[in-house]
Design a protein around this ligand. Sequence first.
Ligand code: HEC
Ligand code: HEC
Length: 375
Amino acid sequence: MIISRKLFYKNLKVLLKNSIIYFLCAIFVFFIYFHIEGFASDKKKKQLEPLPPPPVPKDNPMTSEKIELGKKLFFDRRLSGDATTSCANCHDPEKAFTDGSEISLSYPTTRNFRNAPTLMNVAYAKYLFWDGRAKTLEEQAEFPIMSPFEMNQNLDFLEEEIRIVPEYREAFKRIFGNDVNIKLIAKAIAAFERTLISRNAPIDRYLRGDENALTAEAKKGLKIFTGKGKCIECHYGAYLSDQEFHALEVPENPKYVNEPKFITTRRYVAKINRYPDYMNVKEDLGRYFKTKKKKDYKAFKTPTLREVAKTAPYMHNGIFKSLDEVIDFFNKGGGKGNKVLKPLNLTDDEKKALKTFLVEALSGDDLNIKPPEIP
Ligand code: HEC
Ligand code: HEC
């Protein structure tokens, strides 16, 4: 009796020990399972995808007449205060809807302070502007019209300038069932912008199964893009952007750091964003100007890389003239003091292949958009 009780306790102890081990094993298996699951869905998210049809907001359906109207307004210099500048001056169809300048063009006598991004595929963007301060194209269009260093136009005055043109007035009535107003002007322009989509890009053909759409060199570059180069960490999906903001510590453009007009504009932007120390701001603080959150300090939107061969110079301040310079920047591990990038140690061959991928795979056919006749 005594012996078997001893035995009983011994067995109980072993049982307890074993169940602790089983329990720990179960936790371990669970952990691994969820880790792999999480990892797999992460991986799934960070892939390149072919362009789907663009998202269109319910309250601004696309019609060919509206797109035509939007195109006219996009090219119409009436949109600027002194009638010198249309949207197309800074977003030129001949330059993949950029202006080709490091720092964008400006309203006469003023100076812009950032590079003009391409409008190609802008329909897919979740945030607009380098600092993401607008979320829809309809909302965005009013910014450059009002901006003192871009079009410097008064919105009420513009409404009257457009309303006085019979062809415009009739078009607004026909298309919107309404008289001209600034919201409808913005809607028409946005509808036109949603047609600026890469057509027939080799990457899309490749992702849809055409193995021959990419050259061997471009395929090698794609491997670096998604592998050793880690570009896919931020440039993924159909838009080749995570639609997030990162502080890569791109250096300030030395050509402009001491230019009074440039400093004036940057101070003005800081001031209207209620940045308290706007008088002493020495750098472009990017998204921080808007959110005042620490994580956004000097963070800029990850731009799309579609059509990137045609959108030089690069970065929010146009500091890099060529893709070689951009690749060198990432290869070095980004700008001084950044916390997001690490050196890549790409060989010259790998850098060349990466560039070939960016140039060949991501360029679609020319849209061939010509300035329309302005009423
Ligand atoms: C004087 C030059 C200039 C003019 C004129 C101009 N833009 Fe821009 N545009 C820029 C610059 C510079 C930026 C980037 C500014 C920033 O991020 O702070 C920009 C950004 C944009 C963006 C955001 C793109 C993105 O990927 O985030 C859109 C959309 C856009 N402009 C459309 C327009 C439209 C529509 C018009 C006409 C109503 C227009 N622009 C007129 C220079 C200009
Ligand atoms: C941590 C996220 C991240 C990673 C990783 C990353 N990028 Fe970027 N990329 C960005 C951001 C953010 C910008 C804009 C930075 C700025 O203007 O300050 C940018 C800008 C660019 C531009 C300029 C585009 C333009 O229109 O001005 C190119 C080209 C580019 N990246 C290519 C690459 C390549 C190639 C790799 C891999 C070697 C890579 N990126 C890795 C986030 C990233």
